[in-house]
Design a protein around this ligand. Structure first.
Ligand SMILES: *[C@@H]1O[C@H](CO)[C@@H](O)[C@H](O)[C@H]1NC(C)=O
Ligand SMILES: *[C@@H]1O[C@H](CO)[C@@H](O)[C@H](O)[C@H]1NC(C)=O
Ligand SMILES: *[C@@H]1O[C@H](CO)[C@@H](O)[C@H](O)[C@H]1NC(C)=O
Length: 436
């Protein structure tokens, strides 16, 4: 029966579709979702003549599938005025006209991802004052007019990622005071105003990664309540200032040489600064709550373990891919917070585990891909009782220098062994360590 009904629907849609005034009827699913299939609107004429309807009660959720429309016909919201969520992703939409959302007074979520929209014009959303979520990701937007988002006082989530936006008016978000989450990654922004998000006092998450930002002042987020996460990675920033109320900052793949902390008692717990131009751990100021610090792939040449005392709660420290050739330790008492230390791909030629003597709670130590010819680790299991992983592959160990080490490791609880495949040409495996 259902099948037969479906067949008739298709037939009806087809018959109507071939006449000049088309009526598309959607098929009602569960959750008050009504799906329009194979809507084809390729010219202004077709847009003006089309009507939309649903069988039974007016649907709350509307979705377009396998459709292609140059624009969203205003008739949609005229006819289906109780629509709360509108999913028109993937529908070839190029153009949004000014009055499109005039009758969309119940609309809360608008998803237009993966279309071909290039312009968001002024006052586009007049009528849609209840909008909470806007998804314009993966379009070709190159222009967002200053008043495009006017009237959207309830907008919480705005996705504009993967477009071609090169600049944004400083006032473009000035009415969007409820914004919590903004995604602008994958555009061509070279700057953002110092007060770009000044009106957005509820903002908790911002992603501006993969743009061309040379400067972006995070001071505008400095306030007494917290901001969860800001991602500025893959830009051209030379400096970054971290407001005290920010909890997570991803700033990898920039040209950062300067890091500043704004305000007292910072709440930062996660900081990623990999692939930048820092030359010393000391360029990163003190963050008392920091748990993860990623400084891999910078230009750091030496490291002293006393630096970590600036980060009272630091558990994971990543220093891989630097130019570290010397490691020292001027700590005079035990430091038990730090548990994971990554030092692979550096320039270490030798290391004595004694340098970690004041860090007895180390769990993982990654020393792979250095240039170590020797490595000493006396009383390993006594001094480092919880060291469960020691990565040593990719070094230049001399077989005649590691006899002691092999003996020591044999009785330690530490997992360390390489496999023969990990050995370089001309090397052999001695007690699980590649050497020649
Ligand atoms: C929009 O729809 C796509 C699928 O077409 C989905 O992946 C995405 O999460 C939706 N956006 C929002 C904000 O829900
Ligand atoms: C920001 O967007 C990029 C690109 O999709 C993604 O990889 C990254 O995880 C996002 N950042 C955060 C903090 O979610
Ligand atoms: C150790 O470092 C190497 C090189 O960066 C990496 O491939 C490997 O996954 C790391 N091992 C662990 C257990 O983190």
């Amino acid at each position: 029966m259902a099948k037969l009904r479906g067949l008739i629907w298709i037939l009806v849609t087809y018959l109507i579709g071939t006449s000049s005034a088309r009526d598309y009827q959607c098929s009602l699913q569960e959750n008050q979702l009504c799906i329009f299939r194979s809507v084809q609107l390729s010219s202004a004429d077709q847009l003006n003549q089309v009507t939309f309807s649903s069988a039974g009660s007016s649907p709350r959720n509307v979705k377009f599938e396998s459709s292609s429309m140059v624009s969203i016909p205003t008739a949609v919201f005229k006819k289906l005025s109780s629509v709360e969520t509108f999913d028109g992703g993937n529908s070839g939409i190029k153009n949004l006209m000014s009055s499109t959302f005039m009758d969309a007074s119940k609309l809360r979520e608008l998803n237009l991802t993966n279309n071909k929209i290039s312009l968001l014009r002024n006052d586009l959303f007049v009528g849609a004052t209840k909008l909470n979520v806007l998804d314009f990701s993966q379009n070709s937007i190159s222009e967002v007019q200053e008043n495009a988002f006017n009237g959207l006082k309830q907008l919480k989530v705005l996705k504009l990622n993967n477009n071609q936006i090169a600049n944004l008016s400083p006032n473009v978000f000035s009415q969007n005071t409820a914004l919590e989450e903004v995604d602008l990654h994958g555009n061509s922004l070279s700057k953002l105003d110092d007060a770009q998000f000044a009106a957005c006092s509820d903002l908790v998450s911002l992603n501006v990664s993969h743009n061309a930002l040379q400067k972006f002042d995070l001071r505008q987020f400095l306030r007494d309540w917290s901001v969860d996460s800001i991602d500025v990675s893959f830009n051209r920033l030379k400096a970054v200032s971290i407001p005290k109320n920010l909890r997570k900052l991803v700033a990898s793949n920039n040209q950062i040489q300067m890091v500043e902390s704004l305000g007292k008692d910072p709440s930062l717990i996660f900081l990623r600064l990999s692939h930048n131009k820092l030359t010393s751990v000391d360029q990163v100021p003190s963050f008392n709550k920091l748990i993860t610090l990623d400084l891999s792939y910078n230009a750091i040449e030496s490291f002293d373990f006393s630096s970590v005392t600036k980060y009272r709660n630091l558990i994971l420290l990543k220093l891989d891919g630097n130019r570290i050739s010397t490691i020292t330790n001027s700590l005079t008492s035990d430091w038990t917070y730090l548990k994971y230390v990554h030092l692979s791909h550096n320039q270490l030629t030798r290391l004595d585990m004694d340098v970690l003597r004041t860090l007895p709670r180390i769990i993982t130590l990654n020393l792979s891909y250095n240039k170590m010819t020797e490595f000493s680790a006396k009383k390993l299991s006594d001094k480092f009782p919880v060291l469960v992983r020691l990565m040593l592959e990719g070094n230049d160990f001399r077989c005649d220098k590691i006899g002691e080490l092999v003996k020591e490791l044999k009785y330690a609880p530490t997992e360390y062994k390489s496999t023969a495949e990990q050995c370089k040409e001309g090397e052999r495996l001695l007690g699980g360590i590649c050497c020649k």
